[in-house]
Design a protein around this ligand. Structure first.
Ligand code: BG6
Length: 425
């Protein structure tokens, strides 16, 4: 089907870093000849400048459209420009701040750009707290049916995140032990070595809780805890994730830690900033399979290393055992199990070896943004967050947000390059 992808926010940072490279690779496969791209901007932008390194690949399929995002007439103009036929589809990709996003949705709807063959591809943040997320969902719902709405949480689309499910659904050995009789603790971490990279305005509104923990980490946790759908039916994933999330209890402030790296306040030019660049919280689930298992989520910027992992700690039956299973989401995507073996030689000594699955070097792992665009084109919704999931994840973190507003749980400070471990010391 002919697809017109209309991108609001094409001149933004995310577009340069993720979208244009992803589109370039998608077009490069040669399988998407029916895709054309319209970049919407407020000011005239030279297309070759915007496309930069991707000019050669994307120039033939891309056009720019300049409009005033607040002017309803301009949306009618956009509608004529797109000239969508019944056997075509349009995807409006909104990579803009929440306030602009609300206005664009409203004006697209008013202009009648919401027929059945129109989809909305929405970039986070989906609100800043529970109430604003509910408002946003309700607002979008006035013009678009939930089936037309694709909310991106790019962590769900990472190759290794999808592999958590394949691993759980297709390996009998582990299916039997995936519960609280065998598992002692689960840690989900997303440590970054980069700092806020100049995104001062954005980060002052966000912080680590909203930016990464509330969406990305809670979704990875849901994939780890959910009941794997029968026959590994990917279409049933959103419901399965929601069920898992409904069992996770709202966070307990006494089981959390927040911190900020030294130098952050100068960077954002706010000497009193209370915004956290690191957060960790231990959650719990009332699912009978998971009761009593601490579920710790940790994320932070400017740390010693980059590592996104789901770590499963099995219960030991004696202290000398190894008990780790790690899903390495990135970098070095793979699965690792620590195995104690006998050390070769005359003595009965032991050593811990890694039993690992790594992709061969030449493997082309699609970037998460490629996956979400392709899935939106193909109407596959399993790797997108449904409204209910978004609401539940805000409910889970709400007690932390409320306590922080009341000034409870004071910020700790760390130096750039510190290890996450040192923050718990
Ligand atoms: C984004 C956050 O959603 O995810 C960024 O806004 C963060 O702050 C990024 O750096 C991490 O994504 P990835 O794919 O690089 O792990």
């Amino acid at each position: 089907m002919k697809t017109k992808l209309i991108i609001f926010g094409i001149t933004g940072d995310l577009s340069t870093r993720k979208l244009l490279p992803a589109l370039s690779r998608i077009i490069g496969t040669g399988d998407f000849d029916d895709l054309s791209i319209i970049g919407v901007s407020r000011r005239h932008v030279e297309q070759y400048e915007l496309l930069g390194d991707h000019h050669e690949q994307l120039n033939g399929t891309t056009a720019m459209y300049t409009m005033d995002l607040a002017n309803p007439d301009d949306y009618r103009g956009l509608k004529s420009y797109i000239d969508l036929k019944e056997d075509e589809q349009a995807i409006f990709y909104l990579s803009v701040p929440p306030a602009s996003s609300a206005q664009i949705v409203e004006l697209l709807g008013q202009a009648g750009l919401n027929s059945d063959n129109v989809k909305l591809l929405l970039e986070k943040p989906f609100g800043v707290d529970l109430v604003s997320a509910q408002d946003m969902i309700e607002h979008v719902g006035r013009h678009y049916d939930e089936s037309q709405v694709y909310r991106i949480d790019h962590y769900l689309a990472k190759e290794m995140a999808q592999n958590i499910l394949s691993f759980r659904g297709r390996n009998a050995l582990f299916a039997h032990v995936w519960n609280n009789t065998a598992i002692e603790r689960i840690d989900v971490i997303a440590l970054e070595s980069i700092d806020i990279e100049g995104r001062a305005h954005f980060y002052e509104q966000a912080g680590a809780l909203r930016d990464v923990l509330q969406g990305h980490l809670i979704q990875l946790l849901a994939l780890t805890l959910l009941e794997v759908p029968e026959d590994l039916d990917w279409n049933k994933l959103p419901d399965a994730r929601l069920k898992a999330l409904q069992c996770i209890q709202p966070a307990d402030i006494t089981k959390s830690l927040r911190a900020q790296y030294n130098g952050y306040r100068d960077e954002v030019q706010n000497p009193d900033s209370q915004v956290e660049t690191f957060v960790s919280v231990a959650l719990s689930s009332n699912d009978p399979n998971w009761q009593g298992v601490p579920l710790t989520l940790t994320t932070g910027k400017a740390l010693e290393r980059k590592a996104t992992e789901v770590r499963i700690h099995f219960k030991k039956t004696n202290g000398a055992q190894s008990n780790y299973l790690i899903f390495r989401i990135q970098p070095h995507e793979g699965i690792e199990i620590d195995l104690v073996t006998k050390k070769p030689g005359y003595d009965q000594d032991f050593e811990t070896q890694e039993l690992t699955f790594n992709y061969p070097e030449e493997t082309n792992l699609p970037d998460a943004y490629e996956q979400v665009i392709v899935d939106a084109i193909r109407s596959k919704k399993s790797l997108f967050a449904e409204g209910g999931e978004v609401v539940r994840s805000w409910e889970i973190v709400a007690p932390l947000q409320e306590a922080w507003l009341r000034g409870e749980s004071p910020l700790r400070f760390y130096d750039k390059g510190d290890s996450a471990k040192s923050l718990f010391a």
